[in-house]
Ligand binder design. Sequence first.
Ligand code: NAD
Ligand code: UD1
Length: 347
Amino acid sequence: MAQLLISGGAGFIGSHTCLVLLEAGHHLMVIDNYHNSSPEALRRVANLAGPDAANRLNIVEGDIRNSDDLDRAFSNNKQDIEAVVHFAGLKAVGESVQQPLLYWDVNVVGSCCLLQAMQRHRCRTIVFSSSATLYGYPTQVPIPESAAVQPINPYGHSKAAVEQMLMDLSASEPGWRIARLRYFNPVGAHCSGKIGEDPRGIPNNLFPFVTQVAIGRRQELQVFGNDWPTPDGSGVRDYIHVMDLAEGHQAALDVLLQEDPQLLTLNLGSGTGHSVLDVVKAFEAVSGRSVPYTVQNRRPGDAACTVADPSQAAARLNWSTHRSLLEMCQDAWTWQQNNPKGYSTLD
Ligand code: NAD
Ligand code: UD1
């Protein structure tokens, strides 16, 4: 079993991936500054992972832009760090338009600092959280990895820059094992309802907004457009259950650690599209609550339809998604019901 460093491990995708990796027997060192997460998430991960898991989960509260914090995370382990799973970063598209330098700093400078620390500590294996946002307005659906990288906002530019940084690094030094995983739309929660997505403030994304409407925290959903060229006129996306996504990281790590050094670039999605109205219906079915909505104008920067071609991930990782839209809704609903205020216990 490997000693792994997980940046951003307290966040939504990171916490679910930590659980899967602990259950597989790995030793984890998490570095997180809790900018968008809570230490409570990792306490629950350790509980869910079983009796000895807490001994295999260590945490440094720190910033990936700070080399002292990184050196502490790389050094405070019995074994050397064999691989890094790099989730830490900022992800709000609107905020990235308002504060582009913040996004270049955290996402790009932060990744550069992390890679420099990896060089100092002679670790050359990394799985990076990239995004389907790289494809901008896709010209071909389902989208293969060979599609043009043409992001349309600073968040997307920051992900493209880190992908390029990783490619330059792998070309410059033999021995790097790199996976650039392009996630489609991660949603849902662990089926226990103990860990899940805990957005701060008003959610930008569809799933957390719908769950908050169903629980009565928000009055109604705004559907951004019903005149898209899609079967029911609302936007279509490739939703992926966060536990399927977490298992995709485990599969990528296994391949990187077992095979010769390589650079993998893979879409992680289901290959199936669902519309906004499909999500509303599925959510109403599992929750027994109604999700009132009004139709608004299209949201600037939205595409009609983004769906992954996931065949490369299936071929290279022997991985594919198996949880349905109903399970995504059911698990998101269980999490929301058990934790109406997320990890916060404050009113
Ligand atoms: P998240 O905000 O829940 O998790 C990110 C974690 O990184 C948080 O725990 C946060 O506190 C931490 N962090 C932020 N800045 C940091 C810093 N400077 N130093 C240390 N820790 C820091 O987000 P998530 O949804 O779990 O996303 C994880 C990664 O996946 C991100 O890089 C994101 O861009 C990428 N991604 C997310 C989605 C999505 O829809 N959730 C889609 C595609 C890609
Ligand atoms: C958004 C980001 C994308 C980012 C992803 C994950 C934009 C333009 N895109 O993707 O870059 O990688 O989140 O963080 O912000 N919808 C509604 N009402 C809502 C919210 C969403 O109708 O209140 C619709 C959207 O128009 C879209 C679908 O639901 O058709 C999914 O939206 P969302 O969850 O925000 O994901 P993306 O737009 O795919």
